[in-house]
Ligand binder design. Structure first.
Ligand SMILES: N[C@@H](CCC(=O)N[C@@H](CS)C(=O)NCC(=O)O)C(=O)O
Length: 214
C-alpha cells in the first residue's frame, strides 16, 4: 500500500489541490475513488462515519492521520516535505489568507458554478448561475491583478497558495462556458508556470473517474 491515500475523484478541483501537491512533492500516493455523482458516496452514513463527518472529498490518509479540507492537507504536506512551504510567519499568514479567499470566494463560487452547469440534474437555475458566474469573475479579476506583481502568489517561488488557487483553472473552458485563461493574461502565464513544474499533471489524468458516470 502506498504511504499516502487520497479520497478523490477526477472532477473535484478541491481534491485536485491535494493530488497535485502529492505529485509535485513526489510522494508515494494512491487515489481512492469516491463515487460522488452516481453513488452519492459522500452523502452516505458510511462515508460520514468512516471517512469524513463533513461529507466531503478530499480526504488524505497518512498512517493514523485522516485529514480533510484541502488547505489543511496542503499545509500538512508542505510542513512534512518542506516543499511549497511558506517561509516564516508573514508568508504563512499570507498563504493562509489566499487559501481562505480561494476556498470561499474564488473556487467557492467557480466550483459550484461548474458543478451546476455540467454535472447536476437538473442543471442550475439561470438566476443562480448568473450570480455565481459574476462572483467568480469578480474574484478571478482580483487574482489576475495580484499576479501582475509577481510570478507566483507570494512572490518568486510557488507555494501552497498557488496550488490551492489553481485547483479549478485547468479544467476545460467548455465546462465553464468561458475561457478563463484567454480572458486573464496574468492568470494564463501563471498557470503555464505551474504546469511547467516537474510532476504537474492534469486533473483528469491524476485522479480516477473520468469521464463521469452521472
Ligand atoms: N473546503 C473544502 C471543500 C471540499 C468540497 O466541497 N468538496 C466537494 C467535492 S469537489 C464535496 O465533497 N462536496 C460534498 C458536499 O458539499 O455535499 C476543501 O477545500 O477541501
Amino acid at each position: 500500500m502506498a504511504e499516502y491515500r487520497l479520497y478523490c475523484f477526477a472532477q473535484s478541483g478541491n481534491a485536485y489541490r491535494a493530488a497535485l501537491m502529492l505529485n509535485l512533492i513526489r510522494a508515494d500516493w494512491q487515489p481512492v475513488y469516491v463515487d460522488f455523482f452516481k453513488g452519492g458516496e459522500t452523502r452516505t452514513p458510511k462515508y460520514r462515519a468512516e471517512v469524513n463527518e463533513m461529507g466531503e472529498a478530499p480526504v488524505l490518509v497518512h498512517g493514523a492521520k485522516k485529514l480533510s479540507q484541502s488547505g489543511v492537507i496542503l499545509t500538512y504536506l508542505a510542513e512534512r516535505s518542506g516543499q511549497f512551504k511558506p517561509d516564516g510567519e508573514d508568508e504563512r499568514l499570507e498563504a493562509l489568507r489566499w487559501i481562505i479567499f480561494d476556498n470561499q470566494k474564488l473556487n467557492g463560487f467557480l466550483g459550484p458554478y461548474r458543478f451546476l452547469k455540467n454535472f447536476a440534474r437538473p442543471a442550475g437555475d439561470p438566476a443562480v448561475m448568473a450570480f455565481l458566474k459574476a462572483r467568480a469573475l469578480g474574484n478571478l479579476a482580483i487574482l489576475d491583478k495580484r499576479l501582475a506583481k509577481a510570478p507566483f502568489v507570494l512572490g518568486d517561488r510557488p507555494t501552497i497558495a498557488d496550488i490551492s488557487l489553481c485547483a479549478y483553472l485547468y479544467y476545460p473552458a467548455e465546462e465553464f462556458g468561458f475561457d478563463i485563461a484567454a480572458e486573464h493574461k496574468n492568470i494564463a502565464a501563471w498557470l503555464d508556470r505551474i504546469k511547467a513544474l516537474p510532476g504537474w499533471a492534469h486533473p483528469y489524468d491524476l485522479m480516477p473517474g473520468y469521464p463521469p458516470q452521472l
